[in-house]
Every structure is written in C-alpha cells, then in structure tokens.
Design a binder for this molecule. Sequence first.
Ligand code: PLP
Length: 502
Amino acid sequence: MLDPRTTAETMRPDESEAGGLLDPADWGGLRDLGHRMVDDMLEWLRTVRERPLYEPVPESVRRSLSGPVPREPQAASAVYEDFRRDVLPYPHGNVHPRFWGWVVGTGTPLGMLADMLAAGINSNSGFGDHCAVHVERQVVAWLAEALGIDAGVSGLLVSGCSVANLTGLAIARNALTEGDVRRDGLAGQAPLVVYGSTETHSSNLRGLELLGIGRNGFRGIRVDADHRIDVEALRAAIRADREAGRRPLAVVGNAGTVNIGAFDDLGALADVCSDEGLWLHVDGAFGALAALSGRLRPLTAALERADSVAFDLHKWLHVPYDAGAILVRRAEAHRKAFELSGAYLSHLESGVATGPENFMQRGVQMSRGFRALKVWMTIKEHGIDKLGRAVEANVDQAAYLADRVEREPELELAAPVPLNIVNFRFVPQGAPRAAEELDRLNRRVLEALHASGVAAPSHTVLDGRFVLRTAISNHRSRFDDFDLLVDEVLRHGRSLAQAGSR
Ligand SMILES: *Cc1c(COP(=O)(O)O)cnc(C)c1O
C-alpha cells in the first residue's frame, strides 16, 4: 500500500496539471465552438419540417459507433464533428411535425438551452439549500396548482411516468400494509392485490413486479366500449379477493389510456377507494395534462381526490427528455416510504447541508440532476395557458383526423377518440379480405410510411386487429399534416393491396 505521506510529497502533480485538468486549455476556442453548436442546433430545429423525419442509421455509422474506448484526447471541435456526422442526422424523429408514434413530446428550443444551463450549473438537487432545490419545489407546486390539486401536496420530478408509477405504488404498498414492509419485506403478508382496467399501462405491472407484488397481484378489470373501467366489476373483484383472504391495496386509475386516451371515472374510483380503504393512484402520463385546458378539464374531474398522480412532462408539456412527475396528497406517507438515515446524510442548522426539501428522500434517486430547470423555463416562457392551448390544438387535430378517416370509404376508425389518439385501418374496397390479410396489409402500410420519412404514427392491436395508431402530442403539427397522412395511407394502401392481389 502507498504511504499517504509519501504520496502527498512525491506524487504532487506538475503545475501544468494542477487543477482544471478537464477544463479547456483554450476557453476562447471552446466559447466559439459553443456558439456554433447553439447556432447549428437552433437552425436544425428551425428547419426540421424540411427534412425526412427519420433516416435509418447507415452501416458506416453503426461501425463507427461500435469502436473501442478512446484512450487519447481529441479536440472538442473534432468530437463535435463526430456528433454532426454520426449522431445528429439519425434522430428518433419526434421533433418532426409528423411524428405521432407511441406518445412522445416534441421538446422546445428553450428547453434545449435550459438543459445546457442545468448541466453548466450542475447542481445535485438531492438536497441542500440551493436554487436547484428551490426551483424544483416551485415547479412541483406549479404543477399541482395547474392540475387543480391541493397546494401543499408532496411531490418530485422523476425520469418519467414509469418511475412515477413505481413511486406512487411503492408509497401505497408501504402505507397500507400492516407491519413494516421496509424492514421485513412482504414475508408474512397476505397476498396484495392492485386493481386497474385491462387498458392499464404495462409500466404499472413492471412496478408491481419490482415491489414484490408480482404481475399476478394485478387484477385487470374489464372495460366498457369506451375503454373505461367497469366500476361494478371492480367492486366485485375487491369483494372476491377479500373473501379469498387476499389484501386489496390500491386502484390504478387511468387518465388517458395508452391505446385510445380514455379516462376512467376517477370520481367513482375515488369513492370505491374511500369505501374500501384503498389507495388511488392515477396514471395520467399524458391525459392529466388535459387539465391545463379549461375546455378539456372536465375529463380529469376528481383527479384531486387521488392519493398520488403520476404524469409525464416530456410528453404533452414538451419538456425535453426526460422528465416526469409524481404528486402525492398524503405527504406523510410519501416521506415515510423513502426516508433514509445515515450520519453522512443528516442536516446541519445552516449552509449547504440544510434545505427546504429533501428530494433524495422522496424517491429512489439520491443524487439527482437539475431536471427542474427545463420545466421551470418552459412554464415561464409559455405560461401554463398557452401550454394548455397546445394540448387543446392536438385534441382538435385528432377530431379532424377522425373526421377525415370517417369520410374515406377505404379507411375505418377502429376506436372512439376521446382525446388525442386516432386508431384507424386501411380496408381496400372490393371483395372482403381475410382478417390476417388486412393486418398484414396495414403493417406494410405503416412500414412504408416510416421508410418514406413522411409521417410516423405507430400501431396497436384493438379487438385482435392490427391498427394504425396516431397519438398526437406534437406542438409542430398542422391540420394539413393530417391531410398528408391520410393521402399517404391511401396511396400506400392502394398500391400494396394491388401488389398483394396480383
Ligand atoms: C408513456 C406512458 C407511461 C410511461 O411513461 P414513461 O415516461 O415512458 O416512463 C405510463 N403510462 C402511460 C399511460 C403512458 O402513456
């Protein structure tokens, strides 16, 4: 072992290496490069509509992105050239005005710059009396206010709704089981059951797996024709589980299901939970944001009665990836679920080791980046009302697309459109086709659309049938983009149907 005294004396670095080893030797040069990066990226965003939304990653790039770890330094400008050549041209496509796959957000130019500022200040918002913590507190309070949830609610920012769902369900588990689950785990507990409709997002199931409740601890309750949970069936399932000696724990309410954007009757679910002593967790990944629009707000009625609400900020609030949030009405349960002890973590009376909120003790992350800054700047730049108008505009576009689909004899609307998601299929005129053939045809249509780089809806399976799923959470889309989508689906559909029948 090295003798530390010898180390200090003999291993003291050269003057040239002392301090700032990783800072630029030429600050002026890096400043120029930084200006160029900002110029390039803003121009890239400004002109996004002019490019195809997607280009496959070429073989040469795949090769260059699988080389060995660099051992030697490279000029920052050369690294940036690598980015321009190998990374920038091959994005996912979601910044493009005709990307409507899965549910993704578009981001904003100021959001991008905010991330640069956050990385520059590089604060750990786990704890402490510094501005990253204060900004996050303010953002959490703003989000609660904007969604109409009690002031004073507890909450924090997380990477996205999957982690927000896990967090909400973890609090429910720890708060409502007997004994001390944090100490003892689930040993000795009656089997726990969490309820939600069959349309519940799979991230909740993965959360239950991680919490030791398991997928079998989830009861998928049937939905009605509008994809809303059948509340009577839910009550019956709870009764049956109690009779069988299991322990009902929580209900996951959907505010915007992933397939079609349906809202469960959250008021009815809140009644069930209060009658039965269960926790109501709402997965409102994108749908909760409907509350930002006065016109759409009734869809989220009773959201404020949930014990916890999970939602994304990188989807319909257009904050750059990644950002989601969890709000918890039972602040005490939230605190108890994640608090930590440790001499090295305890607070002092003043200075860096104090702070208004201990975010590292509100979730699974200890060190946490300054995720709140891009949310704070996005909300300030646009104001919550305009962000609500962007949500509303997408809902109007969904209604417009649904209407266009219904007017086209070769297109078929596959589900109701309660919010921003339009599911439809291409069904050629003429002799009826086998169901499998139609599935195949629609799959080919989607692949052709993606390959063309013109538009990117995604897909799902509804009633056993493959459908094109257009989830509109894009502030760059215009009505004529949906005309183009319809035209292109018809064009590809007709030519593929003909090729197939030849
Ligand atoms: C996207 C989504 C999730 C998961 O959110 P991530 O941000 O991807 O982790 C959960 N629930 C619903 C309804 C979603 O749409």
